[in-house]
Design a protein around this ligand. Sequence first.
Ligand SMILES: O=C(C[C@H]1NCCC[C@H]1O)Cn1cnc2c(c1=O)CCCC2
Ligand SMILES: [Mg+2]
Length: 486
Amino acid sequence: QLGISAKKDENFSSWYSQVVTHGEMIEYYDVSGCYILRPWSYAMWEIIKDFFDTEIKKLGVKNAYFPLFVSEKALIKEKDHVEGFAPEVAWVTRSGNSDLEEPIAVRPTSETVMYPIYSKWIRSHRDLPLKLNQWCNVVRWEFKDPTPFIRSREFLWQEGHTAFATKEEADEEVLAILDLYRRVYEDILAVPVIKGIKSEVEKFAGGLYTTTVEAYIPNTGRGIQGATSHCLGQNFAKMFEIYFENDNRERKMVWQNSWGLTTRTIGVMVMVHGDDKGLVLPPRVAPVQVVIIHIPSKDIDTKVLIEACKETAKQLRDAGLRIEEDYRDNYSPGWKFSDWEMKGVPLRVEVGPKDIASKQVKVVRRDNGGKDFIATDNIGASVANILEDIQKSMLEKAREARDACIVKVTSWDEFIAALNNKKMVLAPWCDEKEVEESVKERTKTDQHGAAKTLCMPFDQPELPQGSVCFSSGKPAKKWALWGRSY
Ligand SMILES: O=C(C[C@H]1NCCC[C@H]1O)Cn1cnc2c(c1=O)CCCC2
Ligand SMILES: [Mg+2]
């Protein structure tokens, strides 16, 4: 197949579209905003899912499945939760050619599906904590330009919905889940994220507070919400009458959390690591970690060569690695190299007659093009070490690039300069809603969206006594990370 014509640093959106299609991750579809996840990307979702599912089960969370459809009555139950989002809700109004009595919403998230049932199930403190999660799809009729993985009208996610007797338990779980989200990004996707709390304007309107992991796309200079873990407080318990009798026989409302991670994770990884040859996959998320390619030659019987490759493949599989062997005789080695580079396979192993003779193989890294020769004996361990090094260096490289795009300022002018220089901006802030709204107004231009707070990082720099808000001049309460975002 043809190479990628768009350059990442010249035409990012064309580059991205070509990388996800040539990399066989996405197929386009005739319903706007919807995409087909091909095996190459679905395998990545399965790897993310296996990790997160295993970890939440250690926290005592159980998986369940709730209906796709929500009654209008249930959906509008929690007023300020849904009115802001109403335009995004998709409705079923007809079956066949007869209209439905009542329109039914397609779940955009499942609080209003699950909580009437939670109200029924939770009676006594013995029914707590209730910790359920579901892996499913949700539909949101977004109007901003759709982008594969990043913004689509249907996407896959997990949504956790938990209920506790005390706020302390809820607060603790919010942070435990947030750290799992950090690990998905940093340990599996090699994408650095910043943990923080959302402002009152940006938080989930139905909740008490929202914590988030924020990623960053250097090419567009935009922040992107990676995943969110909300403490809902007792707001939904009040609306949906979720009470329990505590051990003093008093009737109390539960404290709830809800937390979600979506297939957006995959798009962020592609955007951060990809290059002009295509995908560059961190080994932990790569469906294939090593591809073995034989180099035919008149100096050796191809069957002997392929047998040697198979032996190496076996050793690598025995080391627990995900291997592909490419012995196709209708493509040249060079063609195969660029094909597997396009798909982002972290390591290529080339085997030719000379390598057989000297009991070695040639390895080529996808992330930095590094070439090396390694002995075939104990090759499992040595290749596993190379993959670990690739994983680590990809995260370090991405972290450096991200850190170089955070500017710390104290004045409005510095703020605007940094923003227009496609940076994220750390600024002392008075933490007042109307000030955030005014910054949005003042930074909205026709070619860019407004700047907003991405989060208040948990890791706060020193805030000198007497610091004032970069925008309002009022006493600053904390440092906020601002930026344009997806
Ligand atoms: O979905 C959440 C909160 C919460 N839902 C569960 C997973 C974690 C977290 O995302 C917020 N939210 C976002 N978007 C929408 C809604 C909505 O509640 C409801 C209406 C349609 C659009
Ligand atoms: Mg939204």
